[in-house]
Design a protein around this ligand. Structure first.
Ligand SMILES: Cc1cc2nc3c(=O)[nH]c(=O)nc-3n(C[C@H](O)[C@H](O)[C@H](O)COP(=O)(O)OP(=O)(O)OC[C@H]3O[C@@H](n4cnc5c(N)ncnc54)[C@H](O)[C@@H]3O)c2cc1C
Length: 499
């Protein structure tokens, strides 16, 4: 049986960053993920906001790790070559009565250590965000709020961990714990058993179930669904590109726009993404889907109604996709705890919002807790915190692009026209250290099929490239692993025998 110092179960943003932190030391670390790709839970379907600390209760772990994580995030993103933009946020009061709430949020954020928070009144508000409704009377301005691409962050963290020696096991579901006396000593999976000195539970929506396997019953998660619209990027300005001048059109909204929060959520917001789209949502509805919830029509109608109160001119005809995510709700606070009974188990459980923001801090805390319990941390002399940026042809100058295409013509064959992704980039992603072996995995890394046509033009070409590079039949190519085949046709066995 293979033996590790630490096994991390769950390769969401928390597990992946935890693996990266542990790879700074000479340890045998295994990162186990049941899906065909990392970032397959809440980390792939959220607002991507690096939050201020105006929501969490002072003294809570949410407040502490949100503040720390927000401070760490820009450097983490720089090292991992992941886009991060400090866009700032506006929490908008629509009546003078709501001003009281803004003052409360300001006080809470300041107590939690946020800097630069201020209440801005109508005139300044209009300058900051001209498209905002005339009815807006004031807003809490949080200039440090940022946006990050949560999928690229998780993938890059996992890639960097693997580069630094972590073993990644995809398509490997943990189905039980190995216990000896009062200690967890490993996991049983669909692919065999693995032993470890420490087990880290980073299973997101399933973290309470894993705790129950260990006899711990103090967390009951109740999922809450969040529905979103994705709006297309602004149209490019007409005319030829001039050196040094982007042709990208002006975004309608530049800040994250929050309404006044409700007791259950931060409300339904308008969020610019690092790629230039706008996200509208999420709802917050009790649901029985722990993961991959279907999008709800009534939820989307609520989103439309709420966001139009904030910005009347939002045009929902620019919607190119809808999606839903599931929050692992139900806990009053994050549960970050190294257990004594049974020993050897570190729970990073119930990490709902602001879990993306907090993840870099939770990862550091995980390492501190393990070290405090006796895990020997001798430095990994070969650790490299930098994960180089993959080639993106759209980001190259015309000369660089021509040079690259001369070396490898695959970088000149554009497969995804909306997002301008070349065959060369797709092949790179398929053979990267965390390989993209499904359509969704390529979409997360490269936005293939995430643009205006939503894959209408590129899908057959991408299937062909995946099949060729993976050495399988096109009928075996999947959307997201397991049985999610894309093409109807002969069964995998029959397709194989035809070739
Ligand atoms: C609608 C919505 C909006 C949000 N917006 C924000 C935001 O703007 N900013 C912010 O800071 N936070 C936000 N969050 C919260 C944030 O997304 C989560 O806190 C964070 O992604 C949790 O990461 P995780 O790694 O704990 O869980 P996950 O990303 O869910 O990862 C858990 C992983 O464990 C795997 N797994 C589960 N069980 C097993 C098993 N038995 N064996 C092997 N693998 C297993 C799953 O497949 C999954 O990949 C939002 C969440 C939602 C749902």
């Amino acid at each position: 049986m293979e033996e590790y110092d630490v096994i991390i179960v769950g390769a969401g943003v928390v597990g992946a960053l935890c693996a990266r932190e542990l790879s700074r030391y000479r340890l045998r670390v295994l990162l186990v993920e049941k899906a065909a790709d990392v970032c397959s839970g809440a980390s792939k379907a959220n607002s991507g906001i690096v939050h201020a600390t105006t929501s969490p209760r002072p003294g809570s772990l949410k407040a502490r790790y949100c503040a720390q994580g927000g401070r760490l995030m820009p450097a983490v993103c720089r090292e991992l070559s992941v886009p991060f933009e400090r866009v700032g946020s506006l929490t908008v009061a629509m009546s003078h009565r709501e001003m009281r709430v803004l003052r409360g949020l300001l006080a809470r954020g300041t107590t939690n250590g946020d800097e630069g928070l201020e209440i801005v009144e109508a005139e300044r508000l209009r300058c900051l965000e001209p498209a905002l409704s005339e009815a807006a009377v004031a807003a809490l301005y949080a200039p440090n709020v940022g946006v990050v691409n949560p999928m690229l962050l998780t993938i890059a963290a996992a890639e960097n961990a693997v580069m630094n020696g972590v073993t990644l096991a995809l398509n490997t579901e943990v189905t039980g714990l190995l216990v000896e006396g009062e200690r967890i000593v490993g996991v049983a999976t669909g692919c065999g058993e693995y032993r470890c000195r420490y087990l880290v539970n980073a299973t997101g929506a399933h973290s309470d179930e894993v705790m129950r396997w260990a006899g711990l019953d103090d967390l009951r998660l109740r999922p809450r669904r969040g529905d979103y619209f994705v709006l297309d990027r602004p149209d490019r300005r007409p005319g030829p590109s001039e050196p040094g001048h982007s042709r990208e059109g002006d975004p309608l909204v530049r800040h994250v726009i929050f309404p006044i929060p409700t007791p259950a959520s931060k409300g339904i917001l308008i969020t610019p993404t690092t790629e230039g789209n706008l996200l509208l949502g999420p709802t917050s509805t009790v649901s029985h889907w722990r993961e991959h919830p279907p999008v709800d029509g009534d939820g989307l109608a609520t989103v439309e109604e709420q966001v139009k109160r904030l910005v009347h001119s939002l045009d929902l005809r620019r919607c190119i996709a809808v999606f839903a995510g599931s929050r692992p709700s139900g806990a009053r606070d994050f549960l970050v705890r190294l257990e004594q009974r049974p020993a050897g188990l570190l729970n990073l459980a119930g990490i709902e919002s602001p879990g993306l923001t907090a993840a870099p801090a939770i990862a550091k805390e995980a390492v501190r807790l393990l070290a405090e319990d006796g895990l020997n941390l001798s430095p990994n002399e070969e650790f490299d915190p930098v994960r180089p940026a993959p080639v993106r042809v759209t980001e190259l100058s015309p000369e660089e692009r021509a040079g690259l295409v001369a070396e490898d013509p695959a970088y000149g064959r554009i497969i995804c026209r909306c997002e301008e992704v070349s065959e060369g980039e797709i092949v790179d992603a398929i053979h990267s250290s965390v390989p993209a072996t499904t359509l969704d995995a390529l979409k997360k890394r490269l936005r293939v099929g995430a643009g205006r046509c939503q894959g209408g033009f590129d899908l057959p070409l991408v299937v062909e490239i995946l099949a060729r590079e993976l050495g399988v039949s096109p009928y075996e190519v999947t959307k997201s692993g397991s049985t999610s085949v894309v093409l109807a046709g002969p069964t995998p066995a029959a397709a194989g025998s035809e070739e």
